[in-house]
Design a protein around this ligand. Structure first.
Ligand code: CP
Length: 312
């Protein structure tokens, strides 16, 4: 594949190659080797039309650790405010020599359109309510590190599935990797087409918790919420939030995940987010390795091989 737009772009072999490569890159970083020369002379443009903390910073760190030149573009403060289109913005950046374009956009499908306009590889860093494939890769990487092979593992994804690109990409990737996924949400926060997703659906969080190896809490996306969809915060937390009492019902080995940013006290209690079962900070660190693997495989190919470190 030349682009990474959807988790569905990845076969099982592709996904395992990305995860194994991320593991190898993390191992090299663990030896205090800060930089690899793999993408020297290549340019990665981070094109962010929607706010981000984790994804933007980790793509920048990933590209720099592979020795790429990085151009960071954020729509705020750019000529987008004068009405410049996505296509013209992208072509302008490409004229500056982008080999890879990492894009986050509020419109579902924007990275797909972009891939038709630019020569370089396009990586979807989150498009509207559609997909966030590198989040799913870093989540799978985190699960594999904690739990081993994902075949048959039971993953429960809880919350605002309707607006969640993280949920869709995770369901697709985890299914490819052989995990058994259940989504739990209020009926009003499930997509109409949920029955076409490769997962089970439950409305009974307390029933599925004791059978989960992983519980992934989703952010309640107030900014995309129509008031009629949402119960009160108090009611939502009571039925679908993860507090310490619920966490205690998880099997002993189970982990608690959240892609961030969190609404502490809404979908996840602060003491749960900060508990030893939580992998939330680890997920952020793993994001750099997963994104290095994606950039390496899309832009770097086979040479020079991993292992040819540059000294700092
Ligand atoms: N998880 C995630 O995509 O976070 P950001 O919106 O901060 O990038």
């Amino acid at each position: 594949n030349r682009h990474l737009i959807s988790a569905a772009d990845l076969s099982r072999d592709d996904a395992l190659l990305v995860l194994d490569t991320a593991e190898e890159l993390a191992r090299i970083a663990g030896r205090s080797i800060k930089k690899l020369p793999t993408l020297r002379g290549r340019t990665v443009v981070n094109l962010f039309f929607e706010d981000s903390t984790r994804t933007r910073i980790s793509f920048e760190a990933a590209a720099k650790r592979l020795s790429a030149d990085v151009i960071n573009f954020s729509a705020k403060g750019s000529s987008v405010s004068k009405g410049e289109s996505l296509k013209d913005t992208a072509l302008t950046l490409e004229a500056m020599g982008a080999d890879g374009v990492v894009v986050r956009h509020g419109a579902s499908g924007a990275p797909h359109r972009l891939a038709g306009w630019v020569q370089g590889s396009v990586v979807n860093a989150g498009d509207g309510t559609h997909e966030h494939p590198t989040q799913a890769l870093l989540d799978a990487f985190t699960m594999r590190k904690r739990l081993g092979d994902l075949e048959g593992r039971r993953v429960t994804i809880v919350g605002d599935v309707l607006h969640s690109r993280v949920a869709r990409s995770n369901v697709l990737l985890l299914d490819t990797l052989g995990a058994d996924v259940t989504v739990v949400a209020p009926p009003t926060l499930l997509p109409v087409a949920i029955d076409t997703w490769p997962c089970s659906v439950s409305y009974d969080l307390d029933g599925v918790i004791p059978k989960s190896d992983v519980i992934m809490m989703l952010r309640v996306q107030q900014e995309r919420m129509n008031a009629s969809y949402f119960p009160t915060v108090r009611e939502y937390s009571r039925r679908y939030g993860l507090d310490a009492e619920r966490m205690a019902q998880l099997p002993e080995h189970a982990i608690v995940m959240h892609p961030g940013p969190m609404n502490r006290g809404v979908e996840i209690a602060a003491e749960v987010a900060d508990s030893v079962r939580s992998t939330i900070v680890e997920q952020v660190a793993n994001g750099v390795s997963a994104r290095m693997a994606v950039l390496y495989l899309l832009l770097g190919g086979s040479e020079p091989a991993i292992g040819q470190e540059v000294s700092q």
